[in-house]
Ligand binder design. Sequence first.
Ligand SMILES: Cc1ncc(COP(=O)(O)O)c(C=O)c1O
Length: 384
Amino acid sequence: MKSEQIIGLEEKYIMQTYTRFPIVVDKGIGCYVFDKNGKKYLDFLGGIACNPAGHGNKEVANAIAKQAEKLLNISNLYYTEQQVILAEKLVKISGLGKCFFCNSGAEANETAFKLARKITGKTKIIAMEHAFHGRTFGALAATWKMKYKQPFEPLVPGFAHVPYNNIDAVYSAIDLNTAAVIAEPIQGEAGIIVPDKGYLAKLKKICEEQKILLIADEVQSSLRTGKFFAYQHENIKPDIVTLAKGIANGVPIGICIANKGLDFDKGNHASTFGGNSLACAAANATIDFILKKKLVENAEKIGNYFIKKLNELKEKKAIIKEVRGKGLMVAIELNKEVNPYVDKCLEKGLIVNNVTDTAMRFLPPLTIKEKEVDECIEILDEVL
Ligand SMILES: Cc1ncc(COP(=O)(O)O)c(C=O)c1O
C-alpha cells in the first residue's frame, strides 16, 4: 500500500486517539528506520523507549521466530520454561523476590496497586505531581494530568498527589490508611525530570519508617540511565518495581516485581497473555543481548557524550533553555513551542518527540555510537 492510502485507512478504521507524524514507518535497522517511500530516519525516540537493542535485532528476532514455532501461549494454567527463566533473571538483577507478568506498563502498575492494598490492608496510594503511570482506571488515578483523567471520572478512589522531589510533602501526605508511595526514579512523560540525588533513598527511608510500600515505576527509566534499574543508582531496593516498554525490545510485556515476602494469594490476580512464551522469549533474548553487549554501560557512556554535546549546542543556541537527563533518557527544554522544531527534525530525517509543549525528548536505542550522536547534533544544530 502507498503511504497516502494507509493514512486514509487509519482515519477511517482506527479510533482517532493518536496525533501521528505524517510518515508511514515500514522497517528498522539498528537505530535507523525507513518510511514507505524509502526515506531513512535516525531514530532518537526508539518507539518511546521500546527498542533498547535496536530495530531488527537478529538475536531477538531469531529467539522470537524459534519460540513462535514451538509455543506461543498456553495460558497460566500450566508451567512454561521461558517465563521462569525470565523471572529468575529479573529477580537476580533487581535483588527483589518474585515477578508477576502482564502486558503493559499500565497493567504492571495496576498489579502493583492491587498488591500494595492486599499486603497492607490499606487503600491510599501517594503519587507524584506530573507523574505518568498509564491509562487504565487505577493507573490513570495515579497519573497527574487532568486532561487525561477528567473525561473518564470517576476514577479509582484513594490516590493523592504531592510535589515530586519533595520528601516533606510525602511525609505530610502519609496517614493511617496509606498503603504505598509510587514514584518514577526519573519522570519521563513530565519531560525527563531528574530528582535530586538521594531523593529515592529518602523516599525508601520514610516508607520503611512509616511501614508503607515504595513502588518504583521503572517502565521508562529501566535499562537506559547507566544501571539496569534507575533505583540502583541509590543503593536501595524498592518494595515493588514495575517494568514494560523496552524489556522485550518492542514485544508487549509488563512486569511487576515485588520484594521477598510480598506475594498475592492464589486467584488474587491473573492475565491471560501475561508471561506468554513469545513475550518472555523476546524479553530473555533482549536482556541477554543488553548484558552481553554491555548496553547499560553504553547508555551511560554515550549518554554522557550526548549530554555534553547538547550542552555545547546550548552555548550556541539561545533557544535551548536547559539540557536534562541521565544516560540515554534525555530532553532539551526550549524557550519556545517545540512542535515546529520536532516537525523540522523529522523532515531532516531525525525522529524525536515533543514530550511537553516546550521539551524535546530523546530515548534512542542503547546501541547508538558517537557517530549517531554527532549526526543527531548536526541536525539539531541546523533545525534550532
Ligand atoms: C513511567 C511510565 N509508567 C507507565 C507507563 C504506561 O505504559 P503503557 O503505555 O505500556 O501502559 C508509561 C508509558 O509511557 C510510563 O512512561
